[in-house]
Ligand binder design. Sequence first.
Ligand SMILES: Cc1ncc(COP(=O)(O)O)c(C=O)c1O
Length: 439
Amino acid sequence: MNVPQQRVLRTAIPGPRSVELQERKTAAVAPGVGTTLPVYIERAGGGILVDVDGNQLIDFGSGIAVTSVGNAAPRVVSAVQQQVDDFTHTCFMITPYEEYVAVCEKLNALTPGSFEKRSALFNSGAEAVENAVKIARSYTGRAAVVAFDHAYHGRTNLTMSLTAKNMPYKHRFGPFAGEVYRAPMAYPYRWLGEDCAAEAFAAFVDTVHTQVGEANTAAVLLEPIQGEGGFVVPAPGFVRLVADWCRDNDILFVADEIQTGFCRTGDWFACSFEDVEPDLITTAKGIAGGLPLGAVTGRADVMDAVHVGGLGGTYGGNPVACAAALAAIETMQADDLVGAARHLESIMKPRLGALAEKYDAVGDVRGRGAMLAIELVGPDKAPDPVLTAKISSACHREGLVTLTAGTYGNVLRFLPPLVIGDALLTEGLDILDAAFAAV
Ligand SMILES: Cc1ncc(COP(=O)(O)O)c(C=O)c1O
């Protein structure tokens, strides 16, 4: 689909047809499924979303870090069309197919870790995390799993239990899964001590030792840059300290790279910034250019511990999703999307830094590659979710799709497709600038 890479506003946002569709949604769809921006999309390409009223919006969200290769990326489109034409489903556990094997080979080669690896494919990020925990428990024969403050790992019962934030993810959905423990995160902007990495690490070790016991702990699960929690980049050295400590204590270190993976942060995987080789890595989102796919990749001896038939699902590693993943990965390699993410950072970071200079409300600018955020605060760093929502809405009205995040709802996060052109990117940043001036 060839969509001109231009912002166009033909109506107010949302336009009349979108308003109509939103009324139908309200009548037909369970309200628990919320809407960030009630603009109904008809077509999309690269960094532009075209709505049913003919408006063309700049995409700074990528469907929550999914369409890194661009929406309807040409290689993904033709691979999917070809695969749908060939066959749509057999169930890999019944009669297998090459595409699944090829995706696992790619994952084993691309993820950090110089050891032999294996992968297994699933339908979503949450399902990947669920399975990583199953594999870790099977390998270690232990039950406990440790996650961190501000973590987000999904919405199924176990992953909701691993997620740190109550509203909207957990409220009234308990009881939660057992044997989940939580340790402090090295969140530099909000750390009250002197040495964030060392002190948070000491608190983590103390938590595991006193509340759980090393001998009961199967795995420690960490996002190398936290996603929904507010794009928290752990203090330098923290990820490494945790991973090394896990190895020294025979506890598996699981990196949840569902949001950070596949070039998003300016490397293939964010763990590489600290030269960390996780025992298991979960991926999803950017892996397949918009088709639903999740994966667990890890040390062969760990992955081999699970009995035959213990992992799987009807649709896991669906051939169409696998064909899309192979095409998306080919695009990332051929078009150097690692370099593209770094290029986007080089344009965006200074602009966000300039906002912080200009407005006291911008308390922190952080992130890596094309996974960047600003945290909005009042006096004494008090989180300001109201201002955050206002700025985001002002951007939406001007045809820029922005997302919020953070435990306190006060983080504006930016996740443009890695293929977005400089002109669109700059226009989006100008809209953000104007939104600050206006509210
Ligand atoms: C780090 C992380 N883990 C897990 C998930 C859950 O993935 P999914 O929504 O595909 O189930 C997400 C989704 O935002 C995520 O960011």
